[in-house]
Design a protein. Structure first.
Length: 360
């Protein structure tokens, strides 16, 4: 099977990024009308847009549920950038539930969190390697971050299970192109001893880092599809646990196909809250778009990530309402939103939606 697979026929419930929030997932499934085995009386099918893990209190339980539902044929799922990081062996912010070297660093910010037993890691890796990058049928497309046709076509011939093999090949080829930047990157870091993970010490803009990161992102189709379109920024900003020099761009303003696309990844806000509360210092790509509106050039792209991954901030600071950070499912073809707190919203029709603006 290809890394781009077929969606099943019939009505779907497309669930946004879960990020280890097992309780929210259980509540959402109950509101959607699924039983413990993933059955629905109306024959609906669950679809997950990826980013099951990291930051939340119980990533192992979320992944165990997703695996059980997928293997039973009750759900489909695509890989997100957080799963890709895990498969790469790249220990990132909030991944202390899996990586031993991140446990102590993540504890002040995210603890308590359940850790995955060492003997279960191999099984989890095997499950994640069985997942595709994109899903499609005549009326709908699903991918974690960006449906960019040239990159979709680049991975369409690749078989499931080969994602890390080809990711490594693309990364290696890009590293060879970027080798001339390495010396300049070392010099930039030497001038900023606190490094790039300390939120209290903002580095100056590092042009070599920016060029390197943009190149590593955009020359690897797997990174574009799971992490989005990124371009060099004008300053450094703290987001996702480190200082960055490239920012996400609203690729949907250039999406010219008429088949709707559903994504996660972008930390959409239902209620107004300061994104810096959850460590997001990049531009809000939905600043001028209503939370229930479709977006993009043809108003046929929808981000279903409503920032449930930020609930760790509410657990650490009671001034941040938990209700700011929601888990949502987009019901298709109804185009309604079901939230984990029971709230239901009908999204704007395609024609009513307006293109979002690039980050400033």
């Amino acid at each position: 099977m290809s890394l781009i697979q077929q969606l099943p026929p019939g009505p779907l419930d497309i669930i946004g990024d879960v990020h280890g929030e097992y309780e929210a997932l259980c509540n959402l499934l109950q509101h959607l009308g699924y039983d413990a085995e993933g059955n629905h009386q109306d024959g609906r099918t669950l679809v997950f847009v990826g980013d099951f893990c990291d930051r939340g209190p119980d990533s192992p339980a979320v992944l165990a549920m997703v695996e059980r539902l997928v293997r039973a044929g009750k759900a489909m799922a695509v890989l997100g950038n957080h799963e890709m990081n895990l498969l790469r062996g790249s220990a990132k912010d909030g991944s202390g539930w899996f990586f031993d070297e991140r446990q102590a660093w993540d504890a002040p910010k995210y603890a308590p969190f359940q850790r995955l037993a060492a003997e279960k890691k191999e099984e989890l890796i095997a499950f994640l390697l069985s997942l595709p990058i994109g899903l499609e049928r005549e009326d709908l497309r699903v991918v974690h971050a960006a449906w960019v046709e040239e990159h979709i076509q680049a991975i369409r011939p690749l078989p499931v299970g080969s994602v890390i093999e080809h990711d490594n090949q693309w990364n290696e080829a890009t590293h060879m192109r970027a080798v001339e930047l390495k010396a300049a990157m070392r010099e930039e870091l030497a001038k900023h001893p606190p490094g790039l993970e300390d939120p209290h010490h903002q580095p100056p803009f590092m042009s070599a880092h920016a060029s390197h990161d943009a190149m590593m992102q955009m020359h690897n189709p797997l990174r574009v599809l799971t992490s989005g379109v990124e371009r060099e920024w004008h300053t450094s900003f703290y987001s996702g646990g480190k200082w960055r020099f490239v920012g996400r761009m609203p690729w949907w303003n250039e999406y010219d196909a008429h088949i709707p696309v559903v994504v996660g990844h972008y930390w959409r806000r239902y209620d107004s809250f300061d994104r810096s509360q959850v460590g997001k210092g990049d531009a809000d790509l939905f600043e001028d778009t209503k939370p229930w509106s479709w977006h993009g050039k043809h108003g046929n792209v929808y981000c279903v990530d409503f920032s449930v991954g930020g609930r760790w901030a509410a657990r650490k600071n009671p001034q941040f309402p938990v209700s700011n950070y929601k888990l949502a499912a987009l019901r298709w073809p109804e185009r309604s939103l079901q939230f984990d707190d029971g709230h239901i919203v009908l999204t704007d029709s395609f024609l009513e939606a307006k293109p979002s603006q690039p980050g400033k």
